[in-house]
Design a protein around this ligand. Structure first.
Ligand SMILES: Nc1ncnc2c1ncn2[C@@H]1O[C@H](COP(=O)(O)OP(=O)(O)OP(=O)(O)O)[C@@H](O)[C@H]1O
Ligand SMILES: Nc1nc2c(c(=O)[nH]1)N=C(CO)CN2
Length: 161
C-alpha cells in the first residue's frame, strides 16, 4: 500500500540550485517513488556553525517503499552529490530528511519519524506549508500551518530565479 511522505531538501555547498533541481528529477524518475509536487526554493540563514546560506525546499512523494528503504534511497541520492558527513549541522552539498510518512510514528536508532526537529525549523515549515499546509502532524495533532504561525521566519526568503 502506498503512503504519502514529506521530505526536506537542503544544500549550501556547490551549485545548490542545480543540485536541488537534479534531485527533484531523480526523485521523479525513481521506479518506486511518485513525485506529487515540490515547493519553491528558499534562501535561508544557516542554523548551526558559521557556514554559507542554504537553499531549502520540500517535496511530497507517494511510495510503497518501507520507511527504512525510503531513507536508504534518500541517503544514496545524497551520496551521488558527494555528501561527506563531518560536523553536526555543518555545510553539505545535499541533505535529505524524511519528515513525515503518512501518519506513522517511529523511533529507531537509525530513523525517527516525524523528523524530531521539523517543527522548530522555519526553513522546513515555510516550504512544507506551501505544499502541505493542512497535513496534520501525527504527534501534535495540529496542522503544519498552525505550527508555522509560532515560528520566526525572518531567515527564510523566497529565491527569485
Ligand atoms: N527522519 C529522518 N530523516 C533523515 N535521517 C534520519 C531521520 N531520522 C534519523 N535519521 C538518521 O540521521 C542520519 C542523518 O544525519 P545527518 O548527518 O544528515 O544529520 P544532520 O542533517 O546533521 O542533522 P539533522 O538530522 O538535525 O538535520 C541518517 O543517517 C539517518 O540514519
Ligand atoms: N538554514 C539551514 N540551516 C541548516 C540546515 C538547513 O537545511 N538550512 N541544515 C542543517 C543540518 O541538517 C543545519 N542548519
Amino acid at each position: 500500500m502506498s503512503k504519502k511522505c514529506a521530505i526536506a531538501l537542503g544544500s549550501n555547498l556547490g551549485d545548490s540550485l542545480n543540485i536541488l533541481e537534479t534531485t527533484i528529477t531523480l526523485l521523479s524518475q525513481h521506479p518506486y517513488l511518485e513525485l506529487i509536487g515540490h515547493s519553491p526554493w528558499y534562501k535561508t540563514t544557516p542554523i548551526g556553525p558559521l557556514q554559507p546560506n542554504y537553499l531549502n525546499g520540500c517535496a511530497i512523494l507517494e511510495t510503497s517503499l518501507t520507511p527504512e528503504d525510503l531513507l536508504q534511497t534518500l541517503l544514496s541520492i545524497e551520496q551521488k552529490f558527494g555528501r561527506i558527513r563531518r560536523e553536526k549541522w555543518g555545510p553539505r552539498t545535499l541533505d535529505l530528511d524524511l519528515l513525515l510518512y503518512g501518519d506513522l510514528i517511529l523511533d529507531t536508532p537509525n530513523l525517527t519519524i516525524p523528523h524530531p526537529l521539523m517543527l522548530d525549523r522555519a526553513f522546513v515549515l515555510v516550504p512544507l506549508a506551501d505544499i502541505a499546509a493542512t497535513w496534520v502532524h501525527p504527534m501534535t495533532k495540529k496542522m503544519i500551518q498552525e505550527h508555522l504561525k509560532g515560528l520566526n521566519c525572518e531567515g527564510v526568503q523566497p529565491l527569485i530565479s
